[in-house]
Design a binder for this molecule. Structure first.
Ligand code: MTE
Ligand code: MO
Length: 333
């Protein structure tokens, strides 16, 4: 079991690694701390966070990946995480098929070792990282993010990864760097649908430089305390929690720093439906789907689907709203 000391001086056992003994130790620590007179608002926040994090169970299916709880503002939502079985059986990963059940069924063919990620373009130090070196580039953190698909469903996933900024800083972007492009693997031998014409392969996505450097933008290697299942984008993916799910490219092999807004797979397929920004916005509807409400996966579907209000920037407005100050979000959808 891994125990590290958090910023607040507490021993933070990871959600995924909590044993009855760890829970006991943690309570004892908390009582000691309260006796010391340090309780109050901070305690309420801490206890609430821990209580929610403890709902995350280690599925025990894949290799565990050690992580510390993230201290990035907004990185741990208080909402109950989606069940692992739901988060791994209802997926969009068109390289493996267009049905929600296809990725779970077909992605076992994906070979995640050896794997390299090339970082190139407008950088001083372009580099090619072997996946096992990339994993170790910065401390792995657990972050519980909401992920909202433009189709109207959402999940809450405890990711494991670190801020993409840590990698970008390493390669030293040049002064004229303005955007970052992500390229997913497109291997017809292991991905049965890259021969299809639904999208122009490889799947590509992109962010403005300030979005890519925002601490909430995650380079993800795991979820639920384990390495990523193939259908969720193993061995490494992007997770941008305030944007629609399709911005979070899976199984990436290349990161390119550029001076131009990069073309993106969904924008090329239907520019009137998928803009470059694609910030979650309940006030701007997609031509075919209202964005006002959403259905949480695993909480019943069909006629009895409970729908909740979609939040501006998916609930991350306090953290990212400033990035879009003065921008017309209807035009820049
Ligand atoms: N390479 C690639 N990345 C992708 C997709 C895809 O089809 N191919 N689908 C996107 C969409 S539409 C969503 S909603 C999320 C889903 O991520 P999840 O399956 O981990 O929930 O992945 C995104 N990343
Ligand atoms: Mo999506």
């Amino acid at each position: 079991m891994l125990i590290r000391t958090g910023r607040d001086g507490f021993q933070h056992p990871l959600a995924s690694e909590i044993t009855p003994r760890a829970v006991y130790e943690q309570r004892r620590q908390m009582l000691k701390w309260m006796a010391g007179g340090a309780a109050g608002a901070a305690l309420a926040g801490w206890a609430q966070r821990e209580a929610f994090a403890q709902q995350v169970t280690h599925p025990g299916k894949l290799q565990p990946i050690a992580a510390v709880r993230s201290t990035v503002p907004g990185a741990v939502t208080m909402e109950k995480p989606t069940e692992y079985k739901d988060a791994t059986s209802y997926n969009n990963f068109y390289e493996f098929g267009t049905d929600k059940a296809d990725p779970a069924e077909n992605a076992h063919t994906l070979k995640t070792r050896p794997w390299t990620v090339e970082v190139e373009g407008l950088v001083k130090k372009p580099a090619k990282f072997a996946i096992d070196d990339l994993v170790k580039l910065a401390p792995q953190e657990e972050r519980i993010y909401r992920l909202r698909c433009v189709e109207g469903w959402s999940m809450v996933i405890p990711w494991v990864g670190y801020s993409l900024a840590r990698l970008i800083e390493k390669v030293e972007p040049l002064g004229n760097a303005k955007f970052v492009e992500f390229v997913s693997l497109a291997d017809p031998k292991t991905m049965p649908f890259v021969g299809s014409r639904v999208l122009d392969w490889p799947y590509t996505e992109g962010l403005r430089m300030d979005e890519a450097m925002h601490p909430l933008t995650l380079l993800g290697f795991g979820m639920y305390g384990e390495v990523l299942p193939n259908q969720n984008g193993a061995p490494v993916r992007i997770v941008v929690p305030w944007k629609y799910g399709f911005k979070s490219a899976k199984s990436i092999v290349k990161i390119r720093v550029t001076d131009r807004m990069p073309p993106t797979a969904w924008n090329k397929a239907a520019a009137n439906e998928y803009g470059f920004y694609s910030n979650v916005n309940p006030n701007v509807d997609h031509p075919r789907w209202s964005q006002a409400t959403e259905r949480r996966i695993g909480e019943g579907g069909g006629l009895f689907a409970k729908r909740t209000k979609t939040l501006m920037f998916n609930g991350y407005e306090a953290q990212v709203g400033q990035l879009y100050a003065g921008m017309d979000l209807k035009k820049n959808f």
